[in-house]
Design a protein around this ligand. Structure first.
Ligand SMILES: N[C@@H](CCC(=O)NCCCC(=O)O)C(=O)O
Length: 250
């Protein structure tokens, strides 16, 4: 069987006077090496994209992380400069993409911003600047330009027994990296917590009743997929789900 095709979300960034629709190579490499699949980047053209026409041709969807935040107006909040930067084109593409992929039973793996998008897409909300919330830890990346340091494994998460995450990782607790200022607040329709941090921050979710594979993590398994066992298990499980989906389309 040919390798499954994984649709990867894109950020829209101005570079050299152009708008680029781009995804970090770490996610693309993790799809290739960790999921044994082929990545294809979806440009963030919102309603101009016929999502079903694209989803007819792929076997999974990977929603990546990003330094931009989901616009709070999409979940009843207020967009302030302090809570930016925003990426409206990405929002306009990723949220309907995730909803439609879940409806169609196409395997979904959502990471960091991707997990936040999934929750908002299902009707949930986000908490902003959680490091300023009483009782919450600081989940932001270390202040350095050194990527390995920014993505270092830093805190434990506790896995919910019987969850989709437990079925993949098969450990009650393990350590993850952390590069986020926001977190899930109210859960969207069917969204279930699969793992939490010691301060109560939601670290992984799945979707109850979803007809296909859906898993989302607040941390970044793509970065250490080649050396960290839980990270490797997450991408292998996603690749296996995409292979099973592809085989079932025959
Ligand atoms: N912006 C949101 C989502 C966090 C996220 O996706 N982080 C990845 C950023 C990678 C980097 O900093 O290089 C939030 O802050 O919660």
């Amino acid at each position: 069987m040919t390798k499954p095709l994984i649709l990867v979300t894109s950020d829209v960034k101005p570079v050299d006077g152009y708008n680029w629709h781009a995804a970090p190579s770490t996610y693309l490499k993790a799809v290739i090496s960790g999921a044994d699949a082929l990545p294809v980047i979806l440009p963030s053209f919102g309603a101009d994209i016929d999502l079903d026409a694209v989803l007819d041709r792929v076997d999974g969807v990977l929603a990546t992380g990003s330094r931009s935040n989901v616009n709070p107006e999409l979940y009843g909040g207020e967009a302030t400069e302090a809570n930016g930067p925003y990426d409206p084109e990405r929002d306009a593409t990723s949220l309907p993409l995730l909803r439609r992929a879940i409806e169609r039973g196409i395997p979904v793996f959502a990471i960091c911003r991707g997990m936040q998008e999934l929750n908002v897409a299902m009707g949930g909300t986000l908490l902003s600047e959680i490091q300023e919330i009483e009782g919450r830890d600081d989940h932001r990346a270390p202040v350095t330009e050194e990527q390995d340091e920014r993505f270092k494994i830093s805190h434990p998460v506790t896995v919910k027994p019987g969850s989709q995450l437990e079925a993949v990782i098969n450990q009650p607790e393990f350590k993850v990296n952390s590069l986020h200022r926001q977190a899930l607040g109210e859960l969207g329709d069917g969204v279930e917590v699969d793992a939490s941090a010691e301060d109560g921050t939601i670290e992984a979710v799945s979707v109850k009743g979803a007809c296909g594979y859906v898993l989302a993590t607040q941390w970044h398994p793509e970065y250490w997929v080649g050396s960290d066992t839980p990270s490797a298990k997450l991408f292998k499980a996603f690749g296996d789900a995409a292979r099973a989906y592809r085989a079932a389309q025959k």
